[in-house]
Design a binder for this molecule. Structure first.
Ligand SMILES: NC(=O)C1=CN([C@@H]2O[C@H](COP(=O)(O)OP(=O)(O)OC[C@H]3O[C@@H](n4cnc5c(N)ncnc54)[C@H](O)[C@@H]3O)[C@@H](O)[C@H]2O)C=CC1
Ligand SMILES: O=C(O)[C@H]1O[C@H](OP(=O)(O)OP(=O)(O)OC[C@H]2O[C@@H](n3ccc(=O)[nH]c3=O)[C@H](O)[C@@H]2O)[C@H](O)[C@@H](O)[C@@H]1O
Length: 426
């Protein structure tokens, strides 16, 4: 979009052929149009052939996956594999940038690895990525900041020139600090989420409202209002893996990152509060029909990696419940990770709610808030809502006949209505 010529390489032939056909392999608002515009302008092409892409490039950006290994540390085999392929395709000086999230010291390893395979000179830099899924295009084109970690002033200058049209907020620093900025940022955001979730859990017991508490806290500029939405914990492909990786990075130098370990533990427990509340409302879940609204780890994405819905639905199935589940875009991806004859995959939010003993709202897709609680009440067997994202307002809940469990807000337990209905319709 800034006028550079870009060749995207992926080993996955299916992804590349979809892109050639004008399709986008992931759901990400605004991405299709951005790709289309740049393909039409002749600046953007796709290939599975690394060598041809590298040969024509001045700058090579490595953005392959760094998933967790079973012990929590980052799996560096993809980034090392990509670095080897780049080294073998070198035909002159290039700046090689790591955008994947990698442990401190990885860029030094990449430098040595490439140097051992080519005699061409090259520069290495760490330029971590801070975009969020669901708002990736806007985050990329209007970033809060760009961090450039480079030891060579020429490399830093080339990358500053590349990024200058995006922001004036460019920080140039050493490579190891850049690598650490990425992990520290994600770990800090994850800490904010676990902190507010614990405050929410206390609010539930003392009769305070966490949404008001977060608002009041956020007015202090030192705290800031973002990432203080209490819920069912963070999921996704990054916070879970990056917090685990940073705990490992610290452990490797004999430092126990106690705070971050607690953040992870709190997060894991938070998603199971949904089940605790369901049991409180319904008792035994065996044979109960539970509606699930939202399978993606957050709205506006079809990414289900480490989505809270996975653990929650798994536990519901183990407890013998029947499930009616709906997500606007993530169902196909979700079914690749969890499928069962006990789950009905609904085509709409309303269809998922039909006949349910209780409904769990797990992802705050905008369309869920647009279904009125009055209408839901008609559709469901019992008006019981476990809202994991605090979507409905106090006013809406008060006007409804729902037994309504939210996160960190006073419980509005209209259990009389539920009891009445259960007598009439056991
Ligand atoms: N997904 C996100 O929102 C963000 C991701 N990151 C970081 O970016 C990196 C990538 O993340 P995702 O895009 O989510 O991973 P992903 O797993 O969705 O995609 C990685 C892609 O790399 C391809 N690949 C692997 N080895 C290759 C090779 N040698 N040559 C060509 N292609 C190869 C795979 O086929 C795959 O399509 C990770 O380190 C992640 O932590 C950072 C910020 C945001
Ligand atoms: O390294 C990464 O991959 C990215 O990880 C996160 O981005 P992402 O995971 O896409 O989405 P977020 O908006 O951060 O949400 C992560 C999770 O936290 C949860 N969350 C977020 C904010 C909040 O206040 N409360 C809360 O529970 C969301 O529901 C979601 O499950 C970071 O926000 C990005 O800056 C970073 O680049």
């Amino acid at each position: 979009a800034l006028g550079n010529t870009v060749v995207c390489v992926d080993q996955n032939e299916d992804k590349i052929s979809q892109l050639h056909e004008g399709k986008v392999p992931i759901y990400e608002p605004g991405l299709k149009g951005l790709i289309q515009d740049n393909v039409e302008q002749g600046r953007l092409t796709f290939t599975t052939d690394t060598a041809s892409a590298v040969e024509g490039a001045e700058i090579v950006i490595l953005a392959v996956g760094t998933p967790s290994l079973p012990g929590g540390e980052a799996n560096l085999s993809y980034i090392e594999g990509a670095a080897r392929e780049v080294a073998d395709a070198m035909n002159g000086y290039k700046v090689i940038v790591t955008k994947s999230t990698v442990p401190v010291g990885t860029n030094d390893r990449i430098h040595s690895l490439i140097a051992s395979r080519t005699s061409y000179s090259f520069g290495v830099a760490s330029v971590p990525e801070f975009l969020r899924e669901g708002s990736a295009v806007a985050d990329t084109l209007q970033p809060d900041r760009i961090v450039i970690g480079a030891s060579d002033p020429h490399v830093a200058a080339v990358l500053c020139t590349l990024h200058e049209p995006l922001t004036t907020n460019i920080l140039t620093t050493d490579i190891r600090s850049a690598e650490m900025i990425k992990y520290a940022s994600n770990a800090f955001l994850a800490t904010k989420i676990s902190f507010i979730n614990e405050i929410a859990n206390i609010c539930e017991k003392v009769g305070a409202d966490v949404t008001r508490v977060a608002h009041g806290m956020g007015l202090d500029q030192r705290i800031g209002s973002s990432f203080l939405s209490a819920g069912i914990g963070y999921g996704g492909s990054c916070f879970p893996k990056d917090t685990q990786a940073l705990i490992q990075i610290a452990g490797n130098v004999d430092y126990e990152f106690k705070l971050l370990k607690s953040v992870v533990e709190v997060n894991q427990g938070q998603r199971f509060n949904v089940l605790r509340k369901l049991e409180e409302a319904l008792g035994d879940l065996e044979g109960a029909t539970i509606g699930i609204w939202g399978l993606a780890f957050k709205p506006n994405t079809d990414d289900v990696r480490d989505a809270p819905a996975l653990d929650i639905m798994q536990s519901l199935l183990e407890a013998g419940a029947q499930i009616r589940a709906y997500d606007p875009v993530a169902t196909a991806n979700f079914r690749r990770l969890l499928d069962s004859s006990e789950v009905t995959w609904a085509d709409s939010a309303r269809e998922a709610a039909e006949g349910c003993d209780a409904l769990c709202l797990l992802t705050e897709w905008e369309e869920f808030g647009e279904v009125g609680l009055g209408e839901l009440n008609e559709l469901m067997k019992y008006p019981i809502m476990i809202d994991g994202r605090n979507v409905y307002s106090e006013e809406q809940i008060r006007q409804s006949a729902f037994a309504y469990y939210s996160v960190g807000r006073p419980q509005m337990n209209n259990m009389d209505m539920v009891r009445q209905r259960s007598v009439m319709n056991p």
